[in-house]
Design a protein. Sequence first.
Length: 261
Amino acid sequence: MGRLEGKVALVTGARSGLGRVIAAGLAAEGAKVVAAGRRDLSPKETESYHPGIGTVELITQQGGTAVGTLCDVRNADEVEAMVRFTVETYGRLDIAVNNAGAFTSLKRIDEMEENDWDFTMNVNARGVFNCCQAEVRQFLKQKSGGSIINVSSVGGLVALPLETVYCASKAAIVNITRSVALDYAREGIRVNALAPNFALTGLTYNSYHNEERRKKIEDLTPMGRWMDVEEIIGPAVFLASDESSYITGITIPVDGGYTIK
């Protein structure tokens, strides 16, 4: 039996990148998964994890159970509808992975425009706020606790060059995680975060294939390499499962030592 057998998991940003990998990893451990994305769940061809196949199809082909839904996490009404869809489909919600995120471009602050701030903060910070709010409300209705996993970044823990807004948005996720964990610990609602390093996904495809940028990130990482996307699965399953039943309010770096320097 899988470690998440009988659980229902909701994953945002599941069309591509780490969200797609996490959704498949939770399903492999027995969870019924709702994979949510702002667009349809067909993957980008630049994905390193099973390119060319949709997230729901990928999970079902691997023997798991999943359905897809559309949601723009910037919109609180859509987020509420996403949670409602999850409960209507599978009867409850046990695990929520708030992974949907955005990145605009590499710029110094004097080069940035207002929309760089607004778009990035609305998706990354407001999106996690909206999701936590709707998920906590559902957990309180169920009166049986639950696990929320927010996906931050190494950029939420340390400064990254040319990424002021991205780092600010990911740092906000770290403290949203702490605050919500503090407020709902007595109700059995655990809230934790993951802070991954750079991994080859559709979002980082160009950076990875830029030899100078890829090498710079490798040199800054004590383990000397980018994260393999599948290396996010173990930490995510751990935080989703009862194995972490006495852990709340923490952010786990999955970063090859990037943030210990």
